[in-house]
Ligand binder design. Structure first.
Ligand code: CP
Ligand code: NVA
Length: 338
């Protein structure tokens, strides 16, 4: 008898799971967070080996998968872009077959969504998407866990995402919010509107969940009434050639105190998947300041340091939620029905 609808499944995109399943994973993450805080062991993956494949850099995702795997009693093995044959001397398909014969689960962060899909197809073990150019699904579990922790519920809230409207995080927020019944506003210049098929996918989910989708370049209209103001970097990994164009386009869309006031909501919170360019403490930010004369990018330091800014709670939640998805899909847990 199959005890878990999750066992053996991959998490390649948010649409891989139903609303009930996503809610289950978010609540399971909250449970695992409580166990961790109370020092109660939860070694659901004892004896398992986990491959962590990273073609792009990472602080949170890598740390979250590593610590979560250790807490679950598994052994994580980091395989960086420069360390293995993938891409240079070996195809994704052949790599998948080899890793699948040795590891029990695989995390993949990289460029193409088709690569993570090929890994899942040919490895025959659960594969978890740690970010591609198209989606960032594990980020979503942490984000909506953070929102639920703060507001106590999800349905009916309004999230305004302001910034680059066609990156992985924008796509994922649109679709996940729509599945979960959270209204999502993407506030971005017209040339950065999300792709039509992503908007349509979100709108289709919205018909079932009641989530309203708004894509607009009008800042006051887009942020008014928002419960959550969310932004991400203007230049995603791999798009560095776009820097000049993005700075010019997105400067008016910086999340600052004026924009927070434009929500007309005293209880609004700020979220950011991180890393963030809010000060002059990074090489990239210094280069931007030299070239464009701006010292803050997608979020002002004032907002980033404010009490209503929850990005570090959100970052911690990456670990608890990644732990939930690994345990649910690989731990032979008793999860009879969702
Ligand atoms: N939010 C996020 O994915 O962070 P990293 O790039 O540091 O993993
Ligand atoms: N959109 C960003 C997210 C980083 C977590 C990027 O892809 O670089």
């Amino acid at each position: 008898m199959e005890y878990s609808v999750f066992q053996g499944r991959s998490f390649l995109a948010e649409k891989d799971f139903t609303k009930a399943e996503l809610v289950y994973l978010i609540d399971f993450a909250a449970h695992l967070k409580a166990l961790k805080k109370q020092g109660i062991p939860h070694p659901y993956l004892a004896g398992k080996n986990i491959a962590l494949l990273f073609e792009k850099t990472s602080t949170r995702t890598r740390s979250a998968f590593t610590v979560a795997a250790n807490d679950l009693g598994a052994h994580p093995e980091f395989l960086g872009a420069g360390d293995i044959q993938l891409g240079k001397k070996e195809s994704v398909k052949d790599t998948a077959k080899v890793l699948g014969s040795m590891f029990d689960g695989i995390e993949y962060r990289g460029f193409s969504q088709s690569a993570v899909e090929t890994l899942a197809q040919y490895s025959t073990v659960p594969v978890w998407n740690g970010l591609t150019d198209q989606w960032h699904p594990t980020q979503m579990l942490a984000d909506f866990l953070t929102i639920k922790e703060h507001f106590g519920a999800l349905e009916g809230l309004t999230l305004a995402y302001v910034g680059d409207g066609r990156n992985n995080v924008a796509n994922s927020l649109l679709v996940t919010g729509a599945i979960l019944g959270v209204n999502v506003h993407v506030v971005t210049p017209e040339s950065l509107f999300p792709e039509e098929w992503v908007i349509n996918l979100a709108k289709d989910y919205g018909k079932d969940s009641g989530s309203e989708i708004l894509i607009t370049s009008d800042i006051p209209q887009g942020v008014k009434g928002a419960d959550i103001l969310y932004t991400d970097v203007w230049v995603s990994m791999g798009e560095e050639a776009e820097t000049k164009a993005r700075v010019e386009l997105l400067l008016p869309y910086q999340v600052n105190q004026q924009m927070v006031q434009a929500t007309e909501n005293d209880n609004v919170i700020f979220l950011h998947c991180l890393p963030a360019f809010h000060d002059q403490e990074t090489l990239f930010a210094k280069k931007i300041a030299e070239e464009f004369g701006i010292t803050e990018m997608e979020v002002s330091d004032e907002v980033f340091q404010a009490e209503y800014a929850k990005q570090f709670q959100q970052a911690e939640n990456r670990m608890h939620s990644i732990k939930a998805v690994m345990a649910a899909t690989l731990g032979n847990l008793f999860i009879p029905r969702v």
